[in-house]
Design a protein around this ligand. Structure first.
Ligand SMILES: [Zn+2]
Length: 564
């Protein structure tokens, strides 16, 4: 079956994702490599694509050794837009590569993009098949756990878990024609007989027959709290971080894949929703330097250019609870453990879609202003596809209830399918811009004749990219970035008194200067470290010398020169 690019006309399940990846790799091995990094809890493959030319590059580089951009999606089971965005991005690149776009072919001959399209295949597939809300994966409840309370499930057999409501004077919602078909939060002015309880469609399990409470989630793990970056036990909204960092096969596979690619220079991890990029710092006592934080913010601002996305610092702009730092996050792990600029991309802005301009979207999430909430819901109510009208149902425990409500997964959590390709195009633009920020290392060899059979050989490494070869300075500091070094290999009969292996300092990117004091054109100047480093040897004898170099996250190469 030939590879068919994905146009993002509608959402896709994991079965599609797997087929897409396998077909792509089978049909186009010259550009694509597919690896399976492990298995999910339910035995689904954790897929990893590498997009890069199989052939040796014009710079002598090989697939696996080139500077690389990381993309992933599907950490959260309901955030299908991310998975779509990644497949869409791969499709656009493949179309251009296969159409003979020489610029892009040249780029992929000397760089790579490493992609994990669906980190939690079990969760994504389950939600696609109509399961109740799952945060991430299908990690079972802890052994011996007894869950009791309302458990979301499809009680009327229509294949979906919707909202459920019933009248009761202790309820928190009321009907309001101005909010129809949604429910309005109750105020003291409302009559008790107009009040409703409103919750997920479901049944009480292990029920005492009295209390109306929610059962703890069956699948409570949040994989995006299970990573090593500042991991701590964590619980919020009934979700947890796992018992220890990387307790889950899915998060372990992600970290293994990232660690196996030492030349990753930048990473985008796709989520929904908000329409923004989240950047460092994640907490007040961040381990990152101000220089790293500024560099990441500048890059994020450059990356969102041409989309309507915003840039937020997690601390202090995107905190669910200002007193509780968010721990164990993958993007933070990329930066604070691997020392690479790693960003969470929150695709899709339902507020913007409803013409709401909200300065701090996180506040809207935590404490929505009723008038703005009404405007948001009214926007989605314009299309009747987005709403399931309330219909009565005889509940086995509660008596008569009504079931219906908003199609949450295709309005707020993800865009309506008609808006999906636009959103994917924004993600593609961001990936396009992020790839152009990678370190770009060029090597040059200079030979000076010092006397008969004696030459000075000098290797100059130069970084033309935005990012430094260390990724972040933090990567150099904690030792997670590969070093910059070079080794001279001499032919038979040739000698040198200089050390054949030499370690060099990292090479700045132009982004470093862009975020230093010298960024102001009035006070512009040159940096302290700079974008060039060199090594030199005095070599006696004649013949071929080979200089092997590696430039941190900027990749590696070999130069050859004939002496004599
Ligand atoms: Zn998410």
């Amino acid at each position: 079956m030939p590879f068919t690019p994905y146009a993002a006309d509608d959402y896709v399940d994991f079965n599609y994702v797997e087929q897409f990846c396998r077909t792509l790799a089978d049909e186009h091995p010259e550009w694509v490599e597919l690896e399976v990094m492990g298995e999910s809890r339910r035995g689904r493959p954790l897929l990893l694509l590498t997009l890069s030319a199989k052939e040796t590059g014009p710079d002598g580089s090989e697939r696996g050794g080139r500077p690389a951009l990381w993309l992933d999606a599907g950490t959260h089971a309901s955030e299908w837009t991310g998975v779509s965005a990644v497949l869409f991005t791969v499709s656009r690149w493949m179309e251009r590569l296969l159409a003979g776009d020489e610029m892009l072919q040249g780029w992929f001959a000397t760089h790579e993009v490493v992609i994990m399209p669906c980190i939690s295949p079990d969760g994504v597939q389950a939600m696609f098949d109509g399961s109740p809300f799952i945060r991430s994966s299908l990690r079972p409840p802890r052994e011996g756990e007894v869950r009791s309370g309302l458990d979301p499930c499809d009680i009327d057999g229509d294949g979906a878990v919707r909202m459920m409501r019933w009248k009761h004077p202790a309820g928190t919602f009321v009907e309001d024609p101005e909010w129809a078909p949604f429910m309005r939060p109750r105020t003291l002015d409302d009559e008790p007989e107009d009040a409703y309880f409103l919750c997920d469609e479901g049944e009480f399990i292990n029920w005492d027959g009295v209390k109306w409470t929610s059962a703890p989630r069956e699948f409570g793990i949040d994989l995006n709290r299970n990573f090593p970056g500042e991991w701590k036990p964590f619980s919020m909204f009934g979700m947890d971080a796992g018992n220890f960092p990387l307790s889950e096969p899915e998060s372990r596979a992600v970290v293994d894949a990232f660690a196996a690619h030492p030349h990753l220079g930048c990473a985008l991890t796709m989520h929904t929703y908000t329409g923004c990029i989240l950047t460092q710092p994640y907490r007040k006592d961040t381990p990152l330097t101000k220089g790293d934080i500024d560099l990441m913010e500048q890059l994020a601002k450059d990356v969102v250019e041409g989309t309507d996305y915003k840039v937020f610092k997690v601390y202090p702009d995107f905190m669910y609870d200002p007193d509780q730092a968010i721990v164990g996050v993958w993007a933070d792990t990329i930066s604070s453990v691997f020392g690479v600029p790693g960003y969470t991309v929150e695709l899709w802005d339902p507020l913007g879609h409803a013409d709401l301009d909200v300065d701090k979207p996180i506040d809207f999430l935590m404490k929505p202003e009723p008038a703005k909430l009404q405007q948001l819901l009214a926007k989605f109510a314009e299309d009747e596809q987005n709403i399931e009208p309330w219909r009565t149902h005889e509940h086995p425990q509660l008596g008569q209830v009504e079931i219906g409500g908003i199609e949450y997964l295709r309005t707020i959590r993800n865009p309506p399918a008609a808006c999906l390709s636009d959103e994917c195009m924004k993600a593609f633009k961001m990936a396009e811009r992020a790839r152009r920020a990678l370190p770009e290392v060029r090597a040059q060899v200079e030979v000076t004749e010092l006397g008969p059979e004696t030459h000075k050989v000098r290797l100059i490494l130069e970084n033309l990219g935005f990012l430094p070869t260390s990724g972040l300075e933090h990567g150099r500091k904690v030792g997670s970035s590969p070093s910059v070094s070079t080794r001279l290999d001499l032919g038979d009969g040739m000698t040198t008194h200089d050390s054949s292996e030499q370690k060099l300092d990292h090479l700045d990117g132009w982004g470093n200067l862009r975020t230093s004091a010298g960024k102001n054109p009035v006070y512009a100047g040159l940096p302290g470290r700079g974008h060039r480093q060199f090594a030199e040897w005095t070599v006696h004898g004649s013949g071929e010398v080979e200089i092997v170099w590696q430039a941190g996250r900027g990749g590696r190469g070999v130069e050859r020169v004939e002496l004599g």
